[in-house]
Design a binder for this molecule. Sequence first.
Ligand code: HAX
Length: 423
Amino acid sequence: MSTLLETLSKKIPDWRYEAKQLLDEKGDKIVSNVTVAQAYGGMRGVKGLVCDTSAVSPDSGLIIRGRPLLEITDILPEEVFYLLLTGDIPDKGALKELQSQLSDHAEVPKYVWDVLRAMPKDSHPMAMFDTAILVMEKESVFRKQYDEGLKKQDYWKAILEDGIRLVAKLPAVGAGVYRIRFDKGELISSDKNLDWGANFAHMLGIDDPDGMLKKLMRLYLMLHCDHEGGNVSAFSGLTVASALSDPYYAVSAGLNGLAGPLHGLANQECLKFVLEIENHFGGSPSQDELRKFVWDRLNSGRVIPGYGHAVLRCPDPRFTAFIEFGRKHIKGDPVFDIVSDLFDVVPDVLKEQGKAKNPWPNVDAASGSLLYHFGMTEFSFYTVLFSISRAMGMVSQMVINRALGIPLTRPKSITAKWIKDNA
Ligand code: HAX
């Protein structure tokens, strides 16, 4: 058994060699051209970054280190963290070692709770979560070692140490935000016998008599871990990290992007939509009623939440994993059944309407109905769950970027005049 640090120490020289070879052999090859429409359009589709932790294929969705998501949905979030970082699923010993590292660093400094309790009562849970991460910046090992003259080739080790310590604390921070923000009473201490995801469910304090919430949390935190390098949260977090700002600054920055309604916040909108349907019909409607409801919504100029995607052109495998979980465990739940019926109805309606490039459901279409069923009814908290998971992907990408010596992110902007004169 080798530890995570040992495994990475063995692999990183090979990754550096491979990157150098590719640069030597293909450094001047073109990977993308940029049109004026892309320059004005959020750089959509411009290939200008390398990310090896995961890839998103339009036809099959998320692939983590070469493994299609649906082939690995049974692994723990800690295992996916190890996989993102190293390319391997850990053996028993390596997993145990990572779990004990996470457990050793799980305790959240008391000053974090003081800050969160001092925030206005109506603060958004994401503002609280991201503030908690930023407040812990003074704990950064990277910043301390950098100030003492850390060598460039060792940056990644300090980033890894910060990343593990930060990821270790996020379940407790998230659960603390939940309990403070929604007046759930005292904070609940972590249980060292539980894995990272189950411990989060435990610290939330939601009644979980048969352990199903723990099971759902493991799946949830595994599925949301990464989505290649160009999405808003990864790209902004990595850009901040490229200035050698430490992971506390960088992860907090990335998650501020995840808090936007076009990104991670969409999950709360989706559940609102499903509950609106349940409310409108006083229960589950028939498929014909549902079809008419969807058409009426489209005709009033509104989008169907949970459907469509900027990159995907297939049902999101994260949606598929959630819908399979729901069909197995909560079939007959009225809210889940509406989600399931929408999947039968919406794609055909969107195809018939002909506007959306992708008529299929995305990750956010199903997750809320499962959380709602197992007692988490506070929608505005849902993006915090997403964040706890996504931090693993961001940290992994930061470690690898520092190991490969990827420099400061600095694309070039152009003016409208430049376009008029030169394009
Ligand atoms: N319902 C109705 N119309 C839709 C639609 C939907 N679900 N998805 C796309 N369209 C429309 C767009 O509004 C656009 O119309 P206009 O030309 O009138 O502006 C047209 O179809 C083309 O859009 P597109 O190219 O297919 O989609 P985009 O890449 O521009 O946008 C979105 C992708 C996910 C933002 C979009 O599909 C959408 O708004 N979906 C609903 C909201 C949603 O589910 N968001 C969650 C995304 C998942 C995620 O990243 N979570 O973090």
